[in-house]
Design a protein around this ligand. Structure first.
Ligand code: GUN
Length: 288
């Protein structure tokens, strides 16, 4: 079998077009555009690229994009004061605190200062709790993107055996909660899991979010399973700098029924879901 390639760019383009249409309707009704503020501390090169792309996508969707770039030496108190101002600003519907941050700043404390109604990353404990107990809230963008891709690929989640490799608060745990809400049977595997290969072989769906290049081997995939690769790893290979996922793509694509490539799979979905979350936040806040 050769896997169908799940085209994350095409799915993200479609979702972005839907969001842009709803943004236009929001502007007509409310006389203002949904607003997304991004806070970046320091000069992490990858973060600078993300923030630039987020700004462009936000504007392309017809929303207000506000960027606050603070120097690496900015104090935690300054960051907290800025978040407080954004919490109180009625033009701002979403606040994204770009990670990673310099060591002298406690990222968890900053994230938990964001108004949960504006926490479009879904990283604060209120939204994590709301996700876990089955309430409405704002949920993490990359996990949401994984579910959109599985739905678009026609993968049935109800009753399916899903193995999530990785237990981070950013991806592994929230994607597990979203899958549970869809009635999947979910196993979270991680670096201490015994016989990870055997655990993966049980899965109808593998979600790889460990951050280790090509760790998931082709023969760990059950024939016909779907594979979602969240990994984005930069490696040196054949004298070239390459971007690879957490899955050995060439081998896995020979046995899976559907697979996401890296790049062009989960990656484009994160910003698309961020924009959708920002719109959702604006709509809810307008009703309050
Ligand atoms: N750094 C890399 N990806 C992300 C993301 O989705 N959200 C935030 N806040 N920081 C990031």
């Amino acid at each position: 079998m050769t896997a169908r390639i799940i085209d994350g760019k095409a799915v993200a383009d479609k979702l972005n077009a839907e969001t842009a249409a709803k943004v236009a309707a929001f502007v007509k009704t409310h006389g203002r555009a949904p607003g997304l503020a991004v806070v970046l501390v320091g000069e992490d090169p990858a973060s600078q690229v993300y923030v630039r792309n987020k700004g462009k996508a936000t504007i392309a969707a017809g929303m207000l994009s506000v960027e606050h770039k603070l120097p690496a030496e900015a104090s935690e108190a300054e960051v907290l004061a800025l978040v407080g101002k954004l919490n109180d600003d009625p033009k701002i519907d979403g606040i994204l605190f770009q990670l990673p941050v310099p060591k002298h700043i406690n990222a968890d404390r900053v994230i938990d200062t964001i108004d949960p109604a504006k926490d479009v990353d879904g990283f604060n404990v209120v939204n994590a709790g709301r996700l876990a107990v089955g309430f409405d809230g704002l949920f993490p963008c990359t996990p949401l993107g994984c579910l959109v891709l599985l739905d678009e690929a026609g993968v049935k989640l109800e009753g399916a055996e899903v193995v999530v490799v990785g237990r981070s608060n950013l991806v592994g745990k929230p994607v597990t909660q979203l899958l549970l809400r869809r009635n999947a049977t979910v196993t979270i595997a991680h670096s201490r899991t015994k016989d990870l290969a055997a655990v993966c072989r049980r899965a109808d769906v593998v979600i790889a979010a460990v951050g280790r290049p090509r760790m998931i081997q082709g023969d760990w995939i059950k024939p016909g399973a779907a594979v979602i690769d969240v990994g984005i790893n930069r490696i040196e290979e054949g004298g070239k700098n390459r971007l690879v996922g957490d899955v050995d793509y060439d081998a896995a694509a020979k046995v899976a029924s559907a697979i996401t490539p890296v790049p062009g799979g989960v990656g484009p979905m994160t910003i698309a879901c961020l924009l959708r979350n920002t719109l959702t936040s604006a709509e809810r806040r307008a009703k309050r």
